[in-house]
Ligand binder design. Sequence first.
Ligand code: NAP
Length: 278
Amino acid sequence: MTTVLVIGAAGKTGRAVTAALTSRGVDVRAAVRSARRAETAYAVGARSISVVDLETGSGLDEAVAGADAVYHLAPNVHRDEVGIADRVAGAAARAGLSRFVFHSVLHPDDPSMPHHLRKAAAEKVVRTHLPGATVLRPAAYHQNLVDAALAGRITVPYSLDSPFTNVDLADVAEVAATVLTRPGHEGVTYDLAGPEVLSVRDQAHVASDVLGRPVEAVRVEIDEWVAGPGASLTAQARDDLLAMFASYDRGGLVGDSSTLRRLLGHEPRTWAQALEPA
Ligand SMILES: NC(=O)c1ccc[n+]([C@@H]2O[C@H](COP(=O)([O-])OP(=O)(O)OC[C@H]3O[C@@H](n4cnc5c(N)ncnc54)[C@H](OP(=O)(O)O)[C@@H]3O)[C@@H](O)[C@H]2O)c1
């Protein structure tokens, strides 16, 4: 049986990738920051856990030992994303693993977003250790806004009319499982953008129709966001997100969905489908 080490397995993306792999019968070893997160990983099908510290590299060599492949994702807007990529890909290379998938982001070369540029640098570091690594570049997930839509109010600190081609996290996870378990994806980079161009205002309209109750789209001022959701963040994470909001305000985040459709072999999930009960 194939064993895949999933980094960040207890997080939002890691849980989705773990669930997609285990539904295909893959043995997932979940890399978690603390043993306290083990239950979260076991709940989505992981068979074992490895405690790793991505900031120091502690536990990584033990975690990759005996694995056949690694799925690497970095904690969101982490200041040392490039160092983390170096440590994880370095451990995989030392262990002789050739199958390695890095979870990047759509348009990593966009100079207006420092955390995107760190993803671009991390991609290069990964490929230095492992030239055959596969890179996935997902758009923003539908799931970022699902809870807000279900609660009847989507609030964002950028234009309600900026265009987005959001992607369903389940589709991203399905592609992750495919490239981790099937041949033919070595050394390739894939953009994963969703099938529709929708603004937040459009998303609220669709949500109202699908849910059969009003869903409003509200733009909050940046100061309000800084004093609210942004208040608990580090200055660096807050600045990264403020740069992202400014970029979203100017032009949203849009990509081409044809690669996702081809890799899935079916239509990508729409925003309306993301709102339907599982
Ligand atoms: N959200 C989107 O729309 C989107 C789109 C494209 C790409 N991405 C990228 O996807 C990646 C994952 O995002 P996410 O929202 O799934 O992140 P997340 O939920 O925050 O998950 C990150 C995981 O990493 C773990 N972690 C944090 N620091 C660690 C450390 N020092 N050592 C070991 N583990 C550590 C966290 O552990 P705990 O569970 O203990 O906190 C968490 O389980 C990010 O790089 C993001 O840029 C996101």
